[in-house]
Design a protein around this ligand. Sequence first.
Ligand code: CP3
Length: 344
Amino acid sequence: MTEKLILKVLNGEKVASTPVWFMRQAGRYLPEYRKLREKFSNFMDFCKNPEAACEATLQPIRRFNLDAAIIFSDILTIPDAMGLKVEFIPNFGPKFSKKISNIADIEKLIIPDESQLNYVFQAIKLARSELDNKTALIGFSGSPWTLATYMLEGQGSREHRISKAFIYQNKEARELLLEKLTVSITNYLRKQVENGAEIVMIFDSWGGSLAHWNYYKFSLKYMEKIAEQLKNVPVILFSKGAGIWLEEYKNTNARAVGLDWTISLSKARKILGEKLVLQGNLDPSVLLTDKNTIKQEVKRVLADYGNGHRHIFNLGHGISPDVKPENVAIMIDTIREESLQYHL
Ligand code: CP3
């Protein structure tokens, strides 16, 4: 029997309070992260150093009373290993050495073998060996669709015009690209689990950018394929902006769904029933306010979910670098105290 609260929730057991972790919990809002980051001029060199990645993973765990650590890495490790070398340029963001423009480019993409991503598996092994019996380790990947947007745009993008035009026009090419990504991601997550990840999360940061009739077809369908192949592993799916398509999750084989702040948890629960665990969904901007506002908004999220044991507290998206760490502590303490009443 596990003592890890988040695993209990994902396994359908009863718990005494709501577990909590948050997206981008290892990152620039922490002074100790910024100090560690200074040692590397290049962000990917940081990700590729297992000792440094393990240290960044553990930093938020030392500071806060969290139920899970998420391995420090990036979603762009997969395109990098498939042959599109990525660089993170200051004040610009990710940039690839080349981008995909046609089916021939997709045919050239490699399905990564273990050795190319070994640095991630080593970091996971190290981090797991350092964690106690209360804190679970989360592994992750980007979703096929979200990674495809970066590979087709050659860089980050807000509107995904190039990538969406491409998938509308090139049926064979899009299927090959999404299939190749699905295989690469499945292998990657399976290996993360073999090395110590206890939960895996798929970040579909740009699912919400698709037209309504394409969301299942181009994004959720492939995430479900991955979840299906990772049987017995708790999988959390998070599509930013997909609250409007919750009906599509009714038959999902994933264990949990992450929600951003634009949908109410009680409404999501009504649509989905009790089968799926819900993760979310405090607006990260709340952490830029004051103690009273943070407490009030955390209470609002807990009350919105209401009584029950199938909620994991999280932010609706990643924490921003300008948040004060003491505000995070207020959020976590409030969850610990205020969630007790919903677990009687
Ligand atoms: O959550 C965690 O604490 C684990 C680590 C993590 C990072 N990136 C570290 C990181 C995770 C889970 C990610 C996922 C990720 N990376 C996503 C999906 C999550 C989401 O927010 O929807 C996306 C879209 C990326 C791609 C990416 N990586 C971008 C757009 C950037 C920002 C570039 C910039 O210069 O601002 C990154 C870099 C990155 N990844 C940072 C961190 C802490 C900051 C870079 C730094 O420290 O210099």
